[in-house]
Design a protein around this ligand. Sequence first.
Ligand code: GDP
Ligand code: FO1
Length: 307
Amino acid sequence: MIILSGGTGSPKLIDGLRQLIPDEEITVIVNTGEDIWSSEVFISPDVDTVLYLFAGILDKTKWWSIVGDTYNTFNQMKELGHNEILMLGDRDRAVNLVRTRLLKNGLSLTEATVEIAKQFGIKATVLPMSDETATSVIETPAGKIHFQEFWVSKKGEPEILSFEYEGIEKAKLSPAVKEILEKEDCVIIGPSNPMTSIGPILALPEMKEILKTKKVIAISPIIGNAPVSGPAGKLMAAKGLEVSSKGVVELYRDFVDIFVYDIRDEVINPAEIEAMGIQAVALDTMMTDEGKRKGLAEKVLELFNKG
Ligand code: GDP
Ligand code: FO1
């Protein structure tokens, strides 16, 4: 089973799927558009969230970082007047230092990720979307800033004039991603941010064409006129999209076969979705605890296994 993922909504669904199927059967294609260099360390936040999930060490209150991590290095650097954008834990930093060393030794991001996954004893296949960088950069009235600066340092407050995936014209799907996509008939797009998590994956050459040949099930991260969390709404509005599940469908309509929206969604008109030739399915998508994550995963598996 292949899942396209960012670092919060989709990992929650994967957490549910793990309660139902063995990790060996799960492949996650992970967004790298939020990757960032910080203090000479290359951080890949969404890849790390997925790795830590499978390694059983993810902090599931935040959906990033290692549970119980300490912040001695981060705090000491702050005391020395060096403020890092991301509050990086000590163990988390060790993982990222290993990644950086592997990259400097000439490994690709995919090879480095596979090596770290192996060291953690992870049985699932975790693949960065690309070995090249394609970074979410936001243009604000004060200039262009990295997504992490917009979201973490500036708390998502600046006005968004435009936004782009910097480097996308030179980026490709990684060979490992292409290979796995050739082998599977169905792809799940988790309830991740359609602009900063799924968007970069879809923007890679060939991806949309490949998805057109597959059965694609997408789960909406938006309920009514707002995302469950995060900046998806502000980013969608900046691109002139309606902040709703319909806005998400607009982005996925060329290749999605089944669109899952939340039972609480009073804004969506399922008939409008069905009129596009897309099956619209209402489910409880609020994955607030392990049981609810398993519950949604069960229903998604049913859709996956049907025909
Ligand atoms: P990021 O990399 O941390 O931005 O994480 P993702 O892109 O994977 O996830 C962020 C998206 O997940 C947001 O747009 C949220 O609306 C969505 N999300 C988070 N939790 C849930 C949930 O329980 N249900 C649904 N349907 N969406 C969720
Ligand atoms: N997100 C935050 O909102 N604040 C942080 O200090 C922070 C630190 C951090 C460190 C490592 C890592 O892998 C992720 C981290 N994140 C943090 C989450 C990450 O930046 C996410 O990509 C964004 O929050 C958007 O989803």
